[in-house]
Design a protein around this ligand. Sequence first.
Ligand SMILES: NC(=O)c1ccc[n+]([C@@H]2O[C@H](COP(=O)([O-])OP(=O)(O)OC[C@H]3O[C@@H](n4cnc5c(N)ncnc54)[C@H](O)[C@@H]3O)[C@@H](O)[C@H]2O)c1
Ligand SMILES: O=C(O)C[C@H](O)C(=O)O
Length: 326
Amino acid sequence: MKAPIRITVTGAAGQIGYSLLFRIANGDMLGDDQPIILQLLDLPQAQQVLRGVMMELEDCAFPLLQQVIISDDPKIAFKDAEIAMLVGARPRSKGMERKDLLEANGVIFSVQGRILNEVAARHVKVLVVGNPANTNALIAMKNAPDLDPRNFSAMMRLDHNRAIAQVAQHLFQPVRDVKRMIVWGNHSGTQYPDLNHAQIRGIPVRDLLPDQNWAENEFIPTVQKRGTMVIEARGLSSAASAANAAVAHMHDWVLGAHHNNWVTMSVPSDGSYDIPEGVIYGFPVRCNQGRYQIVQNLAISELGRRHMQDSYRELLEEREHVKHLL
Ligand SMILES: NC(=O)c1ccc[n+]([C@@H]2O[C@H](COP(=O)([O-])OP(=O)(O)OC[C@H]3O[C@@H](n4cnc5c(N)ncnc54)[C@H](O)[C@@H]3O)[C@@H](O)[C@H]2O)c1
Ligand SMILES: O=C(O)C[C@H](O)C(=O)O
C-alpha cells in the first residue's frame, strides 16, 4: 500500500470544485492504487457548503480517500501538500475578458504563493486554474521563492482538449487518434491553437484537411472563443470540462502522458521558441517521472510566430499590471 498524498484544492465549494473532487477521490488523477488526503480550502462564507461537499465525499465511500480536511485557513489547507490545485477565484461573466479578473483575483495568488512557500511539501506540484490563470501562476510562483519555479503551472489543457475535439469532429475521426496538438501562449483570446504538428494515426492533420483555410478561419477562432461561448450558453463558465482538464493535466504531469503523446502545459518560459523568461506560457511538453520537458525544434510558420508573440506581449501587459504583487 502506497503512502497517502495530500492534495489541496482551493475554491472547493465552487462549481469546478464540485466536478473535480469526486474525480480525484475516485483515483482518476493519481491512479487507482494511490491513497489520498483531500485538504479543501474555501472562504469563511462558503464553509457551510463545503461541509455539504465533504458529507457527499464521505457518502461515496471512495476506497482511496483516507481523509477530508476542510478549512478557511490556507495554512491548514496547504500544510504538507504535494499537489495543489488553485481553483478558488472569481469567474468572469458575460462581456468580461479573463484579464478583467486580475484586480479581484491577483492578490489571492500572492497570499497563497507565500503560504505554499511556508508550509507545502518542497516538491509540491501547483496547478493554477483560477483566471487569468497564467498571470496568477506567475504571481504565486514569484511569492514562493524557496520552491522550484518548475513546480508551478497554469492550465491550458482545456484549450488543448477543445482543439483536439474540434479537429476530431471536423474530420470525423476518433478523439483518441488526434495526437501532438499544441495551444501556445496565454489562456485568453490571444492563445494560438496550432494544428501544424498534429497527427492522426501518424498522418499530418494538415494533409487531411479538405480546406486549408479552415485552420485560420474557423479552428483557431473557435478554440480561442470557446470559453466565451460556454458562458453565453450556460450563463456560467465551464466547470465539468475545466475539472476534467485539471485532472488530465495533473495526471500526465505526475504519471506521464499516454502513448508518447505530448500535451500543452503553461509553464515558466525558458527562452524556447523565442519566448523570453519571465512569463508562464503554454508550450507542448512531454512528461516523464514527474518532470516535464518542453518539446524542442518544432518548425513554426511566420503566421504562427506572430500569434505567439501577440500572446507573449499580452502576458507582459498583464505582468506589468500586477508588478506590485510580484
Ligand atoms: N484555466 C481554465 O481553463 C479555467 C477554466 C474554467 C474556469 N476557470 C476559472 O476557475 C475559477 C473558478 O471557477 P468556478 O466556476 O469554480 O467559480 P465559482 O465561483 O463557482 O467557485 C469559486 C470558489 O472559489 C472560492 N474562493 C474565492 N476566493 C477564494 C480564496 N481566496 N481562497 C479560497 N477559495 C476562494 C469561492 O468562495 C468559490 O467557492 C474562475 O477564476 C474561473 O474563471 C479557469
Ligand atoms: O472562459 C472563462 O472565463 C472560463 C475558462 O477560462 C474557460 O476557458 O472556459
